[in-house]
Design a protein around this ligand. Structure first.
Ligand SMILES: [Zn+2]
Length: 105
């Protein structure tokens, strides 16, 4: 599976967006992902979104810096504004692990 650098940047940004939306409990879609990475994308969204938010007693907080409480939209905006680079790094790391694993089976 060879991916051009630009494709990877696109894929990482799409997965990051979906993960942040998922963490905030907002709807998201992976429909426009390349078929070959759709399955990995869904798994990465689940893994990364778990690390973004924590919900206790229906109170939503940022898991990365502890800020909150947030509304769903508020959490989404906070994470995008403050932690986007961190999320990109998480997604990139997960994706590299996945691509490496696929290549070496
Ligand atoms: Zn935060």
């Amino acid at each position: 599976m060879g991916y051009a650098r630009l494709d990877l940047i696109y894929i990482v940004s799409k997965i990051a967006e979906a993960a942040i939306r998922s963490a905030a409990g907002l709807s998201y879609s992976l429909d426009d992902m390349p078929q070959s990475v759709k399955e990995a994308a869904a798994a990465i969204v689940a893994t990364v979104s778990e690390q973004i938010a924590v919900e206790d007693d229906r109170i939503l907080r940022c898991r990365i810096c502890g800020k909150g409480p947030f509304t769903r939209k508020g959490l989404y905006l906070h994470v995008r504004r403050v932690h986007l680079d961190t999320i990109y790094d998480m997604v990139r790391r997960e994706l590299e692990t996945y691509l490496w694993r696929t290549k070496n089976i």
